[in-house]
Ligand binder design. Structure first.
Ligand code: FAD
Length: 297
């Protein structure tokens, strides 16, 4: 016998991440859309190797300037429908028109996606004008909030300041402003819990008490972590830097150090009251699986 619309439980994909955060500490997983056949295999292996961990939610990144619009959308819609946890769609606005964003939001709403990470995004690397109708993430937050889909909205936070920002006070004020319209934030990765504590305190001083989920990266490559840290202006503490140099030629030892570093940080973040831990999976299952049970819930 079929269930009536009144008694059917809502599709898992429509669960709001804000609601999950209100119920207890979340553990979530971030993936990126693959760009080649090999990467596609790796993505599906990673996803298959992680779903049984029972993450609170997952997310899929969005290529700057819309370079992965279709792939991100199809992965998010598919994951959202297939798994018993919601998948959040990252969405950047720089380079897009309002009509493009509205059309994408219409489709997400129609296909059961309820959680959006609303981002500014980066302008073209060659310095050419991005076009489109958006400059900052807050403008996208306003558009998503005004959409009838009733989306739950996350935004990006940069504990060590946004890499293009030299002005701590202004950067925090812009973050507090967009958080006033959003439901929660997810941070860039970092290695020293003090950056997280300071971010949360500075937001509180500005009157913002929205949940700030901590982004944690169990790195697997020394060149990779150094490149991403340089790009995001993430500080690599001196002791970690020395240990990275020592293991650089031994991939297993690098992954081990990545798991050890991320595990310790998760414990420190729990002490600091982080409402959720968002793991940058790098589309790999092994390191995440090894540290999962050590993440305090
Ligand atoms: P904004 O909030 O717009 O901030 C960007 C800069 O502008 C900051 O320096 C801020 O202080 C300043 N600013 C903000 N508002 C104003 C204002 N009104 N006036 C003046 N200055 C202002 N990138 C992708 O391309 N795809 C992804 O999927 C993606 N996912 C991410 C997930 C997380 C958790 C994080 C932390 C980052 C992610 N990024 C992603 C990177 C992000 O898009 C870039 O950092 C981008 O440069 C800025 O995005 P934002 O949302 O922080 O932008």
């Amino acid at each position: 016998m079929g269930m009536s619309a009144d008694t059917a439980s809502p599709a898992p994909g429509t669960t709001s991440i804000a609601g999950l955060l209100a119920a207890g500490r979340t553990r979530s997983l971030e993936f990126f859309p693959p760009r080649s056949d090999d990467a596609e295999r790796q993505f599906h292996e990673a996803l298959a190797g992680l779903v049984d961990l029972g993450p609170s939610f997952a997310s899929v990144t969005y290529g700057a300037l819309g370079t992965t619009t279709d792939r991100t959308r199809e992965l998010v819609v598919g994951m959202n429908a297939e798994h018993p946890f919601p998948t959040m769609a990252h969405l950047t606005c720089v380079g897009h028109t309002r009509a493009e964003i509205d059309a994408l939001l219409d489709e997400y709403a129609r296909r059961g996606v309820h959680n959006i990470l609303a981002l500014g995004g980066d302008p073209p690397a060659d310095g050419s004008p991005p076009g489109g109708e958006f400059t900052h993430a807050i403008e996208l937050v306003e558009v998503v909030r005004a959409h009838p889909g009733g989306f739950c909205i996350g935004v990006a936070a940069h504990p060590e300041l946004h890499p293009r920002s030299g002005d701590r006070t202004g950067d925090r004020r812009h973050l507090a402003d967009k958080l006033r319209l959003a439901d929660f934030a997810v941070t860039q990765f970092f290695f020293d819990v003090e950056h997280y504590r300071r971010l949360v305190q500075e937001l509180a001083d500005l009157g913002s008490d929205r949940p700030v989920v901590a982004g944690v990266m169990p790195f697997v490559s020394v060149a990779g972590v150094r490149r991403m840290a340089a790009m995001n202006r993430t500080d690599i503490p001196a002791d970690l830097g020395r240990r990275l140099d020592l293991v650089a030629d031994d991939p297993a030892a690098v992954a081990e150090l990545g798991v050890e570093t991320a595990t310790r940080l998760c414990a420190e973040l729990a002490d600091a009251g982080a409402p959720g831990i968002h793991l940058y999976t790098l589309n790999r299952a092994a390191s995440v699986r090894r540290m999962w049970d050590a993440i305090p819930v």
